[in-house]
Design a protein around this ligand. Structure first.
Ligand SMILES: [Zn+2]
Length: 171
């Protein structure tokens, strides 16, 4: 996404390491999480550790131990460290939740719209969104990925003739 705060991108890249189920675990977590430089501090775990369920298997731990486990498992930690920006500075808990929700949403399959093609009597015509009737214009070969009006995913393979009669013929 253009214009996204680089810290938000960094945080989301960190969260993208988790499965959707693990992200829900972070979102629904009732306990406190450590949201700064530590991976574990005074009984609380960082979101990555919560996501993979380390809090369930470790009663008492240390930053070093949790950091070691996460990196041994191949997770990339410190995804916002050293990155300039506003995001995830003042309201870390809210920002974390927002980023986690966005990562989940980007995985949700968008609804899709078929495309219909309305032909005029000169053999030309326009392609329209089957969901909202937005006109993609005359050029049928250059359809957008998503409908600019309703944001549905465009399915070019469903291009077909409209049920409407062909326009005014003099024959
Ligand atoms: Zn549409």
């Amino acid at each position: 996404m253009t214009g996204e705060d680089p810290r938000k991108t960094g945080l989301k890249n960190g969260l993208r390491q988790l499965t959707t189920e693990q992200l829900w675990r972070v979102l629904n977590y009732k306990g406190e999480m450590v949201l700064d430089t530590f991976n574990y501090h005074e009984g609380n775990f960082c979101p990555l550790a919560v996501g993979i369920g380390l809090d369930l298997v470790l009663n008492d731990s240390s930053h070093d131990e949790v950091f070691q486990i996460l990196t041994d498992l191949g997770y990339k930690v410190y995804n916002t460290r050293g990155i300039e920006g506003e995001f995830y500075t003042e309201n870390r808990k809210d920002d974390l939740r927002e980023a986690a929700r966005e990562v989940i949403l980007e995985r949700v399959e968008k609804p899709s719209a078929s495309v219909y093609h309305l032909t005029d009597d000169t053999g030309g015509g326009s392609a329209f969104c089957g969901n909202c009737n937005y006109s993609f214009g005359y050029n049928n070969h250059d359809l957008p990925e998503d409908c600019p009006k309703c944001q549905y995913k465009v399915q070019p393979s469903t291009v077909g003739l409209s049920p409407y009669p062909f326009g005014g013929s003099d024959f």
